[in-house]
Design a binder for this molecule. Structure first.
Ligand SMILES: Nc1nc2c(ncn2[C@@H]2O[C@H](COP(=O)(O)OP(=O)(O)OP(=O)(O)O)[C@@H](O)[C@H]2O)c(=O)[nH]1
Length: 362
């Protein structure tokens, strides 16, 4: 699927760079162009593609410090500059636009819904968001920002593909030390998905094309991406079990959003050398995904790739009822309540001494 990426905020910019590099390194050509947008000048300077600094009059290039309302305001005020930077990038060849952002900060979290709405008004192609959900250990501000942003994005964009920072973190590793590895893992999965609709070699009826990705994401709302791979045998018949078990792992333990297994629609992509992909295995895997997700709309196809392994990508769309999303929104709600309670207790500092449960010492 020929795509233009827009990285918003620091995380969005870095993940966009990882996606661009993966696509280039694999020679896929699915990523047509990229633009980085941020309120922090320093974060844009290291990005090797076109960038737009917004909100200079408000924050002077220093970022919005996690204030996503301010992030939304400055995007609204400077959207024309962003749109003109995109003019040369989005062409007749472009099949989709992906806004890439961390939902827990300020610039990406606030700016992305505003930009998604604007892009949908202007372009006829789908506008998707690749959104990073903050890990469980990140502070309340991140959770609240992400909850509010996600709610708005789910309404404004055609779909939001969520990646949970916790889903890719190795145990014992700090969040920031792990970012690079996390970005690589996400770039590989999303990069393969975008490229899967681009396959030209070994074209046959069973090969996935971009319209299948778009039709799967038509369910709207939240989507997740599962991935797993295994060593392949040279004989297709011998790979039936490998395709089945890899598909199971992709959905049960390899998704970008943990516990997202109920879906409105799904797409199962089996990547590998075309002559070792077993038709029977692919059919079985698709049926298994139907049962597991409860969806009657499961598409499938191959992605011819010159590799000694078989990889399975499962795109799950319409997963908003997943336990992980509910738990996450609940955490955001709780954080708002705690913040309100704290603000209320700050209103009159003397209130805390008016507590009848505690006797004074004197
Ligand atoms: N996966 C991943 N997550 C990141 C990365 N950098 C930051 N994050 C996450 O993104 C969220 C913070 O968003 P940022 O992109 O840093 O913030 P911003 O949009 O630039 O907004 P401000 O800094 O407030 O102007 C947090 O939840 C971080 O855990 C990264 O390189 N990779």
């Amino acid at each position: 699927m020929k795509t233009v990426l827009i990285g918003v905020g620091q995380a969005g910019g870095k993940l966009t760079q990882a996606l661009l590099e993966f696509d280039k390194q694999m020679g896929f050509g699915a990523v047509l162009d990229a633009v980085g947008v941020n309120t922090a000048k320093a974060d844009l300077q290291s990005l090797p593609y076109e960038t737009v600094l917004i909100g200079q009059d408000r924050v002077n290039g220093h970022g919005v410090g996690g204030d996503n309302e301010l992030g939304a305001e400055v995007m609204q005020a400077d959207k024309t500059e962003v749109l003109s930077a995109l003019e040369g990038s989005v062409t007749a060849k472009t099949e989709s636009i992906f806004l890439v952002a961390g939902l827990g900060g300020g610039s990406g979290s606030g700016g992305t819904p505003v930009l998604a709405k604007e892009l949908k008004r202007i372009y006829d192609i789908p506008v998707y968001v690749l959104g990073i959900v903050p890990g469980q250990n990140e502070g309340a501000m991140y959770q609240v920002n992400a909850g509010r942003s996600l709610k708005t994005i789910a309404r404004e964009a055609d779909a939001v593909l969520l990646v949970d920072n916790d889903a890719f973190r190795s145990s014992g590793e700090s969040m920031s030390a792990g970012y690079e590895a996390i970005n690589q893992a996400i770039a590989q999965r999303v990069g393969l998905l975008l490229a899967s609709g681009e396959a030209v070699e070994g074209v046959g009826e069973s090969v996935v094309d971009s319209s299948e990705i778009i039709n799967t994401l038509r369910s709207g709302g939240i989507a997740a991406l599962g991935y797993a791979s295994a060593e392949a045998s040279e004989v297709a018949e011998d790979n039936i079990n490998a395709v089945m078990s890899t598909t199971r792992r992709a959905v049960l333990t390899g998704t970008s959003l943990q516990d997202a297994s109920d879906a409105d629609s799904a797409l199962v992509v089996v990547a590998g050398k075309p002559d070792v992909i077993p038709r029977k295995g692919v059919e079985r895997a698709r049926r298994w995904v139907e049962n597991e997700t409860g969806s009657l709309e499961v598409r499938g196809g191959d992605f011819p790739l010159d590799s000694g392994r078989i990889a399975v990508l499962v795109l799950l769309a319409g997963v908003q009822r997943s336990d992980r999303v509910e738990a996450f929104m609940e955490r955001a709600r709780m954080a708002i309540e705690e913040a309100e309670a704290e603000a209320a207790s700050r209103e009159d500092p003397d209130d805390m001494w008016q507590n009848d449960d505690l006797d004074s010492l004197l």
